[in-house]
Design a protein around this ligand. Structure first.
Ligand code: IPD
Length: 292
């Protein structure tokens, strides 16, 4: 039987609020924290408990749908074409551990490796982003109040190029090697004055959650977001929301318009009547011929 995307969306919203309750109930000062690939790739017992709750309830409600979650991911597993829930229980774990109130639960559904439902919830701000493919994207600030359609501006401003852009970037957990060097070089070139060869963007923001960065681009608060080092669960929900908000996800490596959901490098650009493609090319020029 065909999967009812609206039923998936509604269940995800319920689970996102439930996850939010669990996250807010935890005291980061006293929770068990472990690390994964290195000492800055952090996981907590709350990440694991939220993923368990979400996977149990999604599997009970939609037993035919596969599940991929950050905390139970087996290295080497590829996202397949079959309907798959793609879940990050806490995107922004580092913020969570340091009590910075900017992290979220990110719940996506992919079919044919393409995002079709996305729900992102930041419990500290009671801020919910949702989308179903073909039906628009919405933001609800304070549960129970009316959702607002995304982008928030009815008529978004044209994009004026890098010199007037506010960009989201993230440090990620990789801290050495060519990818790290490329990232640092790109940050520097983006920020540096025009006189000294840079693009002099208005500023760079590292808010600590890939999903919330993408949601901010969908809302029109950031002009673009670039990151190398993402996983499917960081981007699946946000990508659906971005698409439905008239934004565009392209490859964060120069030249590619259609990144795969199991890629690692992404560039999200906000909706705009003009300048979307030009901004992408300007960022690609900064990256140059190097690939992550
Ligand atoms: C991380 C955050 C971070 C981004 C990393 C992600 P996590 O997710 O989104 O902002 O830079 O690439 O892996 O580990 O907090 O779920």
């Amino acid at each position: 039987a065909d999967l009812n995307l609206e039923a998936v969306h509604d269940e995800m919203v319920t689970l996102a609020y439930e996850a939010g309750r669990m996250i807010l109930a935890a005291n980061p000062a006293s929770i068990d924290t472990g690390t994964k690939l290195n000492s800055v790739d952090i996981v907590t017992e709350v990440d694991q408990a939220v993923e368990k709750m979400v996977s149990t309830r999604l599997s009970a409600a939609f037993p035919s749908v596969a599940f991929m979650g950050e905390e139970t991911y087996k290295p080497g597993t590829r996202l397949g074409p079959e309907p798959t829930f793609v879940v990050d229980p806490i995107d922004g774990t580092t913020n969570f551990v340091h009590s910075v109130p900017n992290a979220c639960t990110s719940l996506g559904l992919a079919i044919d490796r393409s995002p079709v439902v996305g729900v992102i919830y930041n419990p500290w701000q009671d801020l919910l982003f949702t989308a179903i493919k073909g039906r628009g994207a919405f933001m609800t600030r304070i549960r129970g109040t009316a959702p607002r359609k995304l982008p928030l501006a009815e008529t978004p401003r044209p994009l004026g190029g890098l010199g007037t852009a506010l960009l989201g970037v993230e440090w990620g957990s990789g801290r050495d090697g060519p990818n790290f060097d490329l990232k640092m070089d790109v940050f520097q070139k983006l920020a540096r004055s025009k006189e000294t060869g840079g693009a002099m963007v208005h500023s760079l923001r590292s808010m600590g959650s890939a999903a919330l960065n993408i949601a901010a681009v969908a809302a029109g608060q950031l002009d673009a977001f670039w990151e190398g080092g993402c996983w499917a669960w960081d981007v699946c929900a946000g990508w659906c929301i971005l698409n439905e908000a008239g934004g565009r996800m392209v490859s964060g490596n120069p030249g590619g318009w259609d990144p795969a959901l199991d890629g690692r490098v992404y560039l999200a650009v906000r909706a705009a009547p003009k300048g979307q493609e030009e901004l992408v090319h300007e960022i690609w020029d900064v990256i140059g011929d190097r690939k992550m």
